[in-house]
Ligand binder design. Structure first.
Ligand SMILES: Cc1cc2nc3c(=O)[nH]c(=O)nc-3n(C[C@H](O)[C@H](O)[C@H](O)COP(=O)(O)O)c2cc1C
Length: 326
């Protein structure tokens, strides 16, 4: 065992305890909004409803919380990592650009959180280099947003094990030299095939094949791309864009092209078709993810993005130009 003098080892050991992430806010005696990111939050009592959190003595917010009659704890949602980082910056103007609602004692209430607890300060306890604040909850709200987690000194996302994977689903590790049911390529390929299988009726209704669908979708993300740009973007699917295909899409009134520049645009009819196909794709996605809650959906997408980034041979990103424009 490490000795208790080894602060870094102690901090690392505490990091094994996965927590949510909160922002605790209050208003100081001068009427200034104060707040910070804290993962020391915990429940204390159901009747009366009470919660606690602890604040480092070195915090610039100490005086405000010491004197505060009210404070609010916000449990952050998975997409609020930037907000968490902002409120973890010592002495920063943390509320810049935010327009918080007001709770008891005019305490700032942040939007978009997974849950919020308005508290009346009930007790304060000395806790070494921290002060422990116990609050009686006087109002709260919550929703189904996936929570942001913190584990091992890093942000994390949650998945409920029971719904995500039962022990019998977990399968055995592949024997060396064989493909088992857990081979990633099989799982990704089959999931893709089955998801797209659900779109076949919509594609058939519009007399489009998979390659047409990719072209219409890429133009839906951004118009005016050239044939070769589109070819590069859909190449990873195995589909090709050909002059015959473009002529056929144009004859059906879905795209128009400029022969001089080889640029393509969706017509009004093409854009309507693209929107209908996008709706069908969203419905297929919802059906496929039906067994997951928001947490698991966010986690699945996060992990898939990680695989894509990790294996990317340098494919063009269809959304990049839109991101730059925003
Ligand atoms: C995930 C996370 C959890 C944190 N938890 C706490 C905590 O429980 N208590 C605390 O005093 N500081 C905690 N901090 C650090 C404070 O957010 C940070 O020191 C902040 O700059 C304090 O702001 P202030 O000095 O302006 O009051 C945490 C930071 C992060 C990123």
């Amino acid at each position: 065992m490490a000795t208790n003098a080894d602060t870094i080892a102690f901090r690392n050991a505490l990091g094994s305890f996965a927590t949510g992430v909160t922002i605790v806010t209050t208003r100081d005696a001068a009427g200034q909004d104060c707040g910070l990111t804290a993962n020391s939050f915990n429940s204390v009592s159901l009747d009366p409803p009470m919660v606690l959190w602890s604040l480092a003595r070195s915090s610039l917010s100490m005086e405000a919380f010491r004197d505060a009659e009210y404070f609010a704890v916000h449990i952050l949602a998975a997409d609020q990592e930037p907000l968490s980082n902002g409120f973890a910056k010592r002495g920063a103007d943390k509320f810049a650009g935010l327009a918080p609602d007001r709770g008891a004692g005019d305490v700032p209430l942040l939007a978009g959180c997974a849950a919020r607890f308005e508290c009346r300060t009930a007790y304060q306890y000395e806790g070494g280099d921290h002060v422990i604040f116990v609050g009686e909850v006087i109002a709260f709200d919550h929703n189904d947003r996936a929570p942001l987690l913190f584990h091992g000194g890093r942000y994390a996302l949650a998945a409920r094990r029971a719904a995500a994977l039962t022990a019998s689903d977990a399968g055995d590790a592949d024997a060396p030299g064989s493909f088992g049911e857990d081979f990633l390529g099989y799982l990704l390929g089959r999931a893709h095939f089955q998801l797209y299988g659900r779109m076949q009726d919509s594609l058939a209704r519009h007399r489009l094949d998979a390659a047409d669908h990719f072209v219409v979708t890429i133009l839906g993300i951004r118009d005016g791309r050239t044939m070769s740009e589109i070819g590069e973007m859909i190449g990873f699917t195995g589909a090709r864009i050909t002059a015959d295909q473009v002529a056929s899409l144009a004859a059906r009134g879905l795209v128009r092209s400029d022969p001089a520049t080889a640029q393509l645009w969706l017509t009004d009819n093409g854009r309507r078709t693209m929107i209908e196909l996008a709706a069908a794709a969203k419905a297929a996605e919802e059906e496929a993810l039906g067994a997951f809650d928001d947490n698991e959906t966010a986690l699945l997408k996060h992990l898939l993005k990680h695989v894509i980034r990790h294996t990317d041979p340098g494919l063009p990103d269809p959304w990049a130009a839109n991101r730059e424009a925003n």
